[in-house]
Every structure is written in structure tokens, then in C-alpha cells.
Design a protein around this ligand. Structure first.
Ligand SMILES: Nc1ncnc2c1ncn2[C@@H]1O[C@H](COP(=O)(O)OP(=O)(O)OP(=O)(O)O)[C@@H](O)[C@H]1O
Length: 280
């Protein structure tokens, strides 16, 4: 069943068209990744879906057309965005308790979530003294506090070190296993390949590609490569096609191979192939 449907959604700021006739379907219970370079329009889509921006076209969430997002509906979604929306001088505890009260969530649930995200021992720290990773975890805590069925995560791991990123990925997967639909944006293709059931690539306000990350990588067969490290320390990269057979057999005949491996196309290469540009 579809959790979100977008039909011909467009958005302009003044004369500038930022999104052009976006059509998307996000299934209930999946992790969906919206990928694209800076300025592609990812945050604009999240803001439209979460009722923060007007738009042309139509959006359905849970089979209901979203023209006016009611307060009751807003309680069914969670959001973690770059602008954290916390009071910087207040503590983790005071901030979360305030949001909990607004959503009718118990203090026990605040304690449970803080423990789950390893923030309980830091609960008295002011927001302005937190590291980037702690702020991301806190933002995530706030998004899941009221146990929503749909969560928007806008670049949840941006700027995090690999360990903190892995922790957050585990939390996202855990939440998804419990049935929560996750809509995340990222420019990190590796993250998308690891986490997402489906991805859409957004470029200059258009969806240029949609699919399951692994299926897309198989589909772009001609981007597969063979990498050979020779005994005399040369690195040879060949496309994984029949045309490379001659070169490969030459190296083999010379008995000059130290290591050899083949690799599938990745989303970064596919994006470059489709748009003619990189992601950063
Ligand atoms: N309120 C606004 N007024 C005018 N232009 C805006 C507004 N919000 C976004 N834009 C413009 O819309 C375009 C898309 O912005 P958006 O933040 O959606 O991109 P993004 O893909 O999320 O980028 P990033 O990865 O850098 O966050 C950008 O050119 C941005 O400057």
C-alpha cells in the first residue's frame, strides 16, 4: 500500500521553478531515499510533504489528500531537519519535555527515548554545548518521541563521523523493522545503497531516476569495472565488457597480476551517467 503519493507536484519561489511536476509513490513500511546534489529541491519536497510549504499539484498521505494538514495529522508524522528547532540555552531534557507536552507524550517515554539514543546521561546538557552527532541524535529522538508512523529525516547523517553514522543507520533500520515508514534525503549514495528499499534521484527539480538501489546498479551493466593491480604496481581499470577481454588476457599471459576484482556500478556513477554531473 502507498503511504505517500505525489502527483504533478511543482513549486516555484517567485520566478524560480524549484520542483517541476514531481510524481512519486512511497510504500508503507519502506525506507525511501531522496537523493540529489545541493540545491536539487530535496528539502523543499520534505517541507511540502510535512505541510510547511504550499505547492501546485496533489499529495496524498495515508489515502487522504493533504490540502490542509490538521493538528491531529501532524501528530502522526515525525521530522528531523537541519534547523533543529530547539532552544539552544535549555537542556536536552527541558527541550524534549516541552515537545512531549505539546504532543501529549509522557515523561516516561522521554526517558525511554533518551536511554534508547544514549542521551540520558547527558540530559542536563544545554543544546549549545552538544556535538554535531549528539544534536543529530537529539533531533532523531524528537522525531520518534510520539511514535509516528511516518518519519522525515532530512540529511540525518550529514557531517557525522563513521561510527556515529553507523549508530544512526542502526537506529533507522530498527525503527523501520518496527513498521515505521522512513523518508530520508541524502547526498550520500553509499548510505542510500545500504539503507533504502527505493531511491529517487532528483536533479534540478526533476526526478531523473527511480528504483531499488541494487536493481539500478545491475541495470547499469556497462558501468561495471574490472580493476587489476599488477606486480609492477600499475593499476589498470577496464570496463567489464567483452571488449576488455583482449587486454585482460594480455595481462594474464604476462603473469603480471597481483590482484584483480570486479565491481558493480554504484549510484554515484549512475547519477553522473544520467545527469552528466556529480553529486556534490
Ligand atoms: N524559501 C525559499 N525562498 C526562495 N528560494 C528557496 C527557498 N527555499 C529553497 N529555495 C531554493 O530552492 C532550491 C532548492 O532548495 P532545497 O533546500 O530544497 O535544496 P536541497 O536539495 O535540499 O539542497 P541541500 O542538499 O543543500 O539541502 C535552492 O535553489 C534554494 O535556494
Amino acid at each position: 500500500m502507498n503511504k505517500i503519493i505525489m502527483k504533478h507536484v511543482s513549486k516555484s519561489f517567485g520566478q524560480t521553478c524549484v520542483l517541476s511536476s514531481i510524481n512519486l509513490e512511497i510504500q508503507e513500511g519502506e525506507i525511501f531515499g531522496l537523493l540529489g546534489p545541493s540545491g536539487a529541491g530535496k528539502t523543499t519536497i520534505v517541507k511540502i510533504l510535512s505541510g510547511q510549504l504550499s505547492y501546485q499539484g496533489s499529495v496524498w498521505i495515508d489515502q487522504q489528500e493533504c490540502k490542509n494538514h490538521t493538528d491531529a495529522w501532524l501528530k502522526t508524522i515525525g521530522m528531523s531537519m537541519d534547523e533543529f528547532g530547539f532552544y539552544r540555552r535549555l537542556s536536552i531534557w527541558d527541550n524534549l519535555c516541552m515537545f512531549a507536552k505539546l504532543r501529549g507524550v509522557s515523561k516516561q517515554r522521554v526517558i525511554d527515548v533518551l536511554r534508547q539514543l544514549s542521551l540520558y546521561d547527558e540530559r542536563k546538557s544545554a543544546i549549545c554545548n552538544l556535538s554535531k552527532g549528539m544534536k543529530q541524535r537529539l533531533s532523531f529522538a524528537n522525531a520518534i518521541l510520539h511514535e509516528p508512523s511516518l518519519i522525515f529525516l532530512d540529511e540525518p547523517t550529514n557531517g557525522l563521523d563513521p561510527n556515529t553514522m553507523k549508530e544512526l543507520h542502526d537506529m533507522i533500520k530498527h525503527l523501520n523493522e518496527q513498521g515505521t515508514t522512513i523518508f530520508l534525503t541524502t547526498h550520500n549514495m553509499e548510505e542510500a545503497e545500504k539503507l533504502c528499499d527505493h531511491v529517487a534521484l532528483l536533479n534540478e527539480g526533476h526526478i531523473v531516476l527511480y528504483g531499488n538501489p541494487k536493481a539500478l546498479c545491475c541495470q547499469y551493466d556497462h558501468l561495471k569495472t574490472i580493476t587489476i593491480q599488477t606486480k609492477d604496481h600499475q593499476k589498470i581499470e577496464l570496463p567489464n565488457t567483452a571488449n576488455s577481454a583482449q587486454q585482460l588476457s594480455d595481462v594474464l599471459r604476462r603473469n603480471n597480476i597481483e590482484t584483480i576484482h570486479s565491481s558493480e556500478a554504484n549510484l554515484e556513477q549512475i547519477f553522473r551517467e544520467v545527469t552528466g554531473r556529480g553529486l556534490s
